[in-house]
Design a protein. Structure first.
Length: 174
């Protein structure tokens, strides 16, 4: 009985550590300076979603992935809720904004999955999502971001699942 609660606490702590790693990577200045990601709340949100997708993609086919993914999702959106309130979004608007953000997350997750697993075009998915507010994003930038994502997928596949279950993850540099 006590093992269940200890395991549950460990899973939540792992999700917190994963989220912290995701946010840390999404704050790397090179994304904004070299890869044309807009340095705005939307741009940062989208970059967090890209990295959350990378974690999801790494664990999606493994046993116990649903619990890890759900704990990460729950913590991530608690943090988004807190951030909205700190930015001054009113109590009445927060639920609508959260609903929009959750739909955005699901849409991007499915779009990126289709691009990688079903022969879709990842560059076009990035153009429509991560770069949707960038009018003149170059093909070179899209290729660079696509390569970054694919390199991270390869790198994350090499990382031990037990370490990821403990919240330890290492993203590749840009």
């Amino acid at each position: 009985m006590f093992n269940f609660w200890a395991q549950r606490k460990q899973q939540k702590q792992a999700a917190i550590k994963l989220y912290d790693s995701i946010v840390k990577q999404a704050r790397v200045p090179a994304f904004y300076q070299n890869l044309s990601v807009p340095d705005t709340a939307d741009g940062r949100f989208d970059l967090i979603l890209v990295h959350a997708f990378l974690v999801h993609y790494r664990v999606k086919d493994e046993q116990g992935a649903k619990k890890l993914a759900q704990n990460l999702f729950d913590h991530m959106f608690r943090e988004f809720d807190k951030a909205l309130r700190e930015m001054g979004v009113g109590d009445l608007k927060v639920p609508r904004q959260m609903k929009y953000m959750m739909k955005s997350y699901k849409g991007r997750l499915l779009t990126y999955l289709q691009a990688l697993d079903e022969g879709g075009d990842l560059k076009e998915a990035l153009r429509r999502n991560l770069y949707r507010k960038v009018e003149d994003v170059t093909d070179e930038t899209l290729v660079s971001m696509e390569n970054y994502i694919k390199n991270n997928i390869s790198s994350l596949e090499q990382q031990e699942r037990s370490a990821i279950n403990d919240g330890e993850i290492a993203f590749k540099d840009i």
